[in-house]
Design a protein. Structure first.
Length: 236
């Protein structure tokens, strides 16, 4: 295999309702997002690990509600969407939540952890956030991971047979972030393979990826060496 890589470029992220993959793991989040009028105190927190879809849902909801992304300056006049709310300046976030409540405007927040686990210094902010409805986006099902892998490959026009896709799903870390990382690596190496990957070629590109730290399912420990082992075998 020729050691050629595509020139790096920034791929713009598109957040569309049609492009969001629905599954049982995100069903509760979708149900709550559909009825902001029912949010207690007008606040909803979506939480879950990196890549679970919470930012995608936030942007879709913001577009549907004509909401503005978090800006701590001035009182809000429209619904508000706050991504990575756990990292927002506390005082600015508190003022915004208070102003939105006074104006009767809904506020959607996302974070990697439930509000009860945030490290918050301001007692008033802590009480408001912990009183908000917090909805977890649960770990993805096999079907969601398979659909995500297929859609990511198709978006980049990479040709990977279904049997190879199944092999990847069985060996990669069971998170959307790991799937996206794997596809990014394949995309970067696709010039040398004309965009098509066999199992052995995919293994050569992805060696070490399944050893990355993070949450793995109960079977991962027995499957982790597979990518590295195959990649060490010389290709014909």
């Amino acid at each position: 295999m020729t050691d050629q890589l595509r020139l790096p470029f920034t791929r713009a992220t598109r957040y569309t309702d049609a492009g969001f993959l629905r599954a049982g793991s995100n069903q509760a989040a979708l149900a709550w997002l559909a009825r902001p009028e029912d949010w207690p105190d007008g606040r909803l927190v979506l939480w879950g690990p990196e890549g679970c879809g919470k930012t995608h849902l936030l942007h879709v909801w913001a577009a549907q509600q004509a909401a503005v992304l978090f800006a701590p300056d001035g009182p809000p006049t429209k619904p508000v969407a706050i991504d990575n709310a756990e990292q927002a300046p506390e005082r600015g976030l508190l003022h915004l939540l208070n102003a939105a409540a006074e104006a009767g405007l809904p506020v959607l927040l996302t974070a990697r952890r439930a509000p009860a686990r945030w490290d918050i210094a301001l007692p008033d902010l802590a009480s408001r956030l912990r009183a908000a409805t917090a909805v977890e986006i649960r770990p993805p099902e096999d079907s969601l991971l398979r659909n995500l892998l297929a859609s990511q490959l198709a978006e980049r026009q990479l040709r990977v047979d279904e049997t190879v896709q199944n092999w990847l799903i069985a060996r990669l870390e069971r998170t959307p972030a790991a799937i996206r990382d794997a596809v990014n690596r394949l995309d970067a190496a696709s010039l040398a393979t004309s965009g098509r990957f066999t199992q052995r070629q995919a293994a050569a590109v992805l060696v070490g990826l399944d050893d990355a730290p993070g949450e793995k399912n109960q079977h991962t420990a027995t499957r982790t060496p597979a990518i590295a082992a195959i990649s060490e075998t010389r290709m014909p």
